[in-house]
Design a protein around this ligand. Structure first.
Ligand code: EPZ
Length: 440
């Protein structure tokens, strides 16, 4: 069954205005946080994306009433009747997202038990959850791996602990925060992720009554409290979607104004965007990204945890780099297998070679193992239309950008995957004067 098929007539600049709403990598976590409150929560700037549906479904299964006003982007959550969900029902949501793993702490606090289905998420690496399970055990939970998922119990409650993260994992940091805020006593998390989405989750939890501090050395301290109440919060804008549209503007010689974009979340991206030859204007209500004319310049870029260049920014940028003069190098240090999308770009005429070595930067975790995690892009190469299949969320959007930049007709299959993280992307493409038709 074709999971969404588009016909794209490429070679036209994207010109116009779009609006980006709340960050896909914050909103579902703030929804889970509402479980910890004894009173209702309200979340603003919520986009209509698949991950919000998935978490709404899981919350409803546990007795949380969820009301979403799509037009307003307002989500109302009432956790006052939380109860255990039936395992078969939860299993129905298996494989659709990684967010369920973050239900563990809140459900253990509320119910003393939790069942988590097998996780989904993009196939961009092994995506282990060993950090998560070690963290939950450190708080005092018992973890029992079963055929359909993981069953956890904490009959004696959860107690604050000291956690040393081997890598600044976003998910593991969220796991710790969502568990520590109601655990008994103090928790110290060393080597934490400090992405803007993490700091927004800290704001949400602090509004609920939590006591959290973040030190300059990535150590987070949490004092457990006896009760948390509902929050009223406006989610920060999606800096990944914003960067995707910015790269699309560059790759198609276009001019795109992104309503809602925040400069401060995107400093490193904006520096790279400018070094490649893109131009941007920061305004009160968003950022204008455009190709100012002239040649794009090749660069060396290494992905890293915040405040470095985000791993989710590299796929859309690589498409623009196929149009830059000379050799660009991208060293992906966060995920081991995040260049799968380059196969389709080569099919469209790009010259991209991937390597096992750590190229262009410092040695990373993947250097001595068998992962093709560095790419060299030689440009400029004219791209021509082709029939391509979407591999994952961010790679899929990059395929769309490539099809929009290529001369001629492309068919892009599997685009329903893009709905997971890009709200109304078809109407946004129409607003940007793209010639795209949905065939299935
Ligand atoms: C979050 O994934 C985001 N997803 C990702 O965005 C993002 O790329 C990533 O953080 C890094 O910023 C969501 O927030 C839903 P990690 P997460 O734990 O939390 C290793 C997108 O398209 N690791 O920071 O799963 C892991 O293998 C997605 O929006 C372990 O080894 O990422 C990876 O190498 C893609 N064991 C590294 O840490 C663990 O238990 C970073 O992963 C957990 C992680």
């Amino acid at each position: 069954m074709v999971d969404g098929l588009l016909q794209v007539e490429g070679g036209r600049p994207l010109n116009g205005e779009i609006t980006v709403r709340g960050a896909k990598n914050l909103v579902p976590k703030a929804m889970v946080a509402a479980l910890l409150g004894t009173t209702p929560s309200v979340l603003h700037n919520v986009p209509l994306i698949r991950d919000v549906d998935v978490v709404s479904g899981l919350l409803s299964l546990h007795g949380v009433s969820v009301d979403y006003d799509q037009a307003e982007g307002v989500l109302r959550l009432d956790p006052s009747r939380v109860e255990s969900a039936h395992m078969a029902d939860i299993d129905a949501h298996a494989g659709s997202s990684r967010i369920p793993i973050l239900f563990c702490g809140p459900l253990l606090h509320r119910l003393g038990e939790a069942f988590i289905p097998d996780l989904g998420g993009c196939r961009i690496g092994d995506r282990p959850i060993d950090f998560h399970l070690d963290i939950l055990r450190a708080f005092g939970a018992t973890v029992d791996k079963q055929p359909q998922g993981i069953r956890l119990t904490a009959p004696d409650g959860l107690r604050g602990t000291v956690i040393d993260l081997p890598y600044p994992s976003v998910g593991a940091t969220e796991q710790t925060l969502l568990t520590a805020v109601r655990a008994e006593g103090l928790t110290e998390l060393r080597g934490a992720a400090v992405e803007p989405e993490i700091m927004d989750l800290v704001d949400v939890l602090q509004k609920m009554g939590a006591i959290i501090s973040v030190d300059t050395d990535r150590t987070i301290h949490v004092e457990g409290v006896d009760e948390l109440v509902g929050y009223n919060h406006r989610a920060l804008p999606d800096r990944i979607e914003t960067a995707s549209w910015a790269s699309a503007a560059l790759a198609t010689h276009g001019d795109v104004f992104v309503h809602g974009a925040h400069q401060s979340d995107m400093t490193t991206f904006l520096n790279i965007f400018r070094k490649v030859g893109g131009a941007f204007d920061v305004r009160e209500d968003g950022i204008r990204f455009y190709h100012p004319g002239g040649d794009l310049k090749s660069i060396v870029v290494e992905t890293n945890v915040h405040p470095g260049f985000m791993t989710d920014w590299q796929q859309p940028l690589v498409v623009a780099l196929t149009q830059a003069e000379g050799l660009s190098i991208v060293h992906e240090t966060v995920y081991e297998n995040r260049f799968g999308f380059t196969g389709a770009l080569r099919k469209m005429g790009a010259t991209i070679q991937v390597y096992r070595e750590c190229l262009g930067g410092t040695a990373c975790r993947f250097g001595q193992r068998n992962f093709y995690h560095s790419a060299v892009i030689s440009g400029p190469t004219p791209l021509h239309g082709a029939d391509i299949v979407v591999p994952d969320l961010r790679g899929g959007f990059s395929h769309l950008i490539a099809a929009l930049a290529a001369e001629g007709t492309s068919h892009v299959e599997g685009v329903n995957l893009i709905d997971r993280g890009y709200e109304h992307f078809m109407s946004k493409l129409a607003a940007l004067d793209a010639d795209v038709t949905r065939l299935a």
